[in-house]
Design a protein around this ligand. Structure first.
Ligand code: GDP
Ligand code: MG
Length: 439
């Protein structure tokens, strides 16, 4: 989604108070971004109206700042727009159930065919047969056969000379004979939608009478995905969508538009090339991803459950009286540790997706250990009154913690900044609660 929306969201997230002007500005950005993504005008209008209504009426949640609340509303509405979670697969009254896979070349049809078969057997104890109807490239049949042998599942093929419609027909007969309860038909794609392809797919559909037609869409194709989805749906009346390559760094705005344009559920998400990397599609995760905020809300939830209420209260009192010390700091670090592995936490933070590749998480764990060592090398008095730490004390602390004086200096400086930040935060909270006044 648009970069401008990103920056608007960034602006609003940190805010203690959100003005009507902020909401207006944000609504405008969201509207533009969605329209740019070819989402139906009426859908956008409805969405914006609902967001405005709820944001102005502002359901009160103690735990979130108003800025976060607006974000939550937008996220909720986006989630709803993408539909509920629905990863059901049809079951025919009389087996076999026929699933037809369609989509452009390279979207991931063949791979998803294998993944679906794997999932049907693993989760539902089914016995699928795969059908190679992409006769235009010999490699395509070979690819499906390779998947079949990896899965130890039969692949029906008549080579590259046969007509795809005949292949589908014979495959279904064979599946009945061999008592397969699912038939998954892998079809050909093109680089672009064309009539020839659509005609062929239409004929296969007529013969096979599928219970499901899954449109496979590459999430990386962005805006183009919308037109593709619309044409396929118009021509074939698809029953659901599989969004592939969501393991990449795409924002996934396509998901939103596809659902809006076709009104067909996005059922599964492809999360990698391997056969077990197919997951039910989670609209709320997608909404967060589109907003580029990682899973901020679940991070907040996690923080709430882990930080002991009483301790938090005491801490707040301390911050207010400015007696926050390195002892408290150590205690806080323990709480952070209780929240789980750092890399997992980082994954929930906005922008952390980009950092992951750099293995920042590991570095951070190390830094944390260092910080802890420094704090623990201080005397009780030093922890309570960091102001007394002079040059010779710094040297001793560095030696005791296996760090350097400059590292000790850095921590002391960070601690000072943290204290300042906390002062601001408590001021803000006091303002919110309407108690007024500074310290
Ligand atoms: P088809 O032309 O639609 O049959 O597409 P393929 O199934 O041959 O897939 C095209 C390429 O995309 C292959 O290299 C696949 O390994 C890759 N691919 C498919 N699904 C995914 C996915 O969910 N994640 C990633 N990273 N790659 C995928
Ligand atoms: Mg293929």
């Amino acid at each position: 989604l648009a970069e401008r929306l990103q920056s608007t969201i960034k602006k609003i997230t940190g805010k203690g108070k959100v003005s009507e002007q902020d909401i207006k500005e944000m609504s405008r950005e969201i509207r533009l971004a969605l329209l740019e993504a070819d989402v139906n005008f009426k859908v956008v209008k409805d969405l914006i109206n609902r967001i405005k209504e709820r944001a102005v009426g502002q359901e009160v949640m103690e735990s979130l700042t108003p800025g976060q609340q607006v974000i939550k509303i937008v996220r909720d509405e986006l989630t709803e727009l993408m539909g509920g979670e629905n990863s059901k697969i049809a079951v025919a009254d009389r087996p076999p159930t026929i699933i037809m896979m369609v989509g452009l070349q390279g979207a991931g049809k063949t791979t998803t065919t294998g993944k679906l078969a794997n999932l049907l057997r693993k989760n539902y104890n089914r016995k699928p047969m795969l059908v190679a109807c992409d006769v235009y490239r010999p490699a395509a049949i070979k690819q499906l056969e390779t998947l079949g042998s990896q899965l130890d599942m039969p692949v029906f093929s008549l080579g590259t000379e046969a007509n795809p419609v005949d292949i589908a027909k014979q495959a279904i007969e064979k599946a009945k004979e061999d008592h397969h309860d699912y038939v998954i038909i892998d079809t050909a794609g093109r680089l672009h939608v064309d009539t020839e392809l659509m005609t062929e797919l239409g004929e296969i559909k007529k013969i096979a009478n599928p219970d499901e037609i899954f449109l496979v869409v590459d999430a990386m194709t962005g805006q183009d995905a919308v037109n593709v989805a619309e044409s396929f749906n118009d021509q074939l009346d698809i029953s659901g969508v599989v969004l592939t390559k969501l393991d990449g760094d795409t924002r996934g705005g396509a998901a939103l538009s596809i659902k809006a344009v076709t009104d067909k559920p996005i059922k599964f998400a492809g999360m990698g090339e391997k056969l077990d990397q197919l997951e039910p599609f989670h609209p709320e995760r997608m909404a967060s991803r589109i907003l580029g905020m990682g899973d901020v809300l679940s991070l907040i939830e996690k923080a709430q459950t882990n930080v002991d209420e009483k301790q938090a209260k005491a801490l707040e009192e301390k911050m207010r009286s400015m007696s926050f010390t390195f002892d408290d700091f150590l205690e806080q670090m323990d709480q952070v540790k209780q929240m789980g592995p750092l890399d997992e936490l980082l994954g929930m933070l906005p922008g952390a997706g980009k950092m992951k590749g750099l293995k920042n998480a590991q570095i951070d764990e190390k830094q944390l250990a260092q910080v802890e060592a420094i704090a623990k090398s201080m005397t009780k008095k030093e922890r309570q009154e960091p102001g007394i730490i002079n040059a010779s004390r710094k040297k001793r602390i560095a030696k005791g913690s296996g760090t350097t004086v400059s590292q000790v200096n850095r921590l002391l400086k960070q601690f000072d900044e943290m204290k300042k930040m906390m002062k601001q935060m408590t001021n803000m909270q006091k303002g919110k609660k309407g108690k007024g006044g500074g310290f």
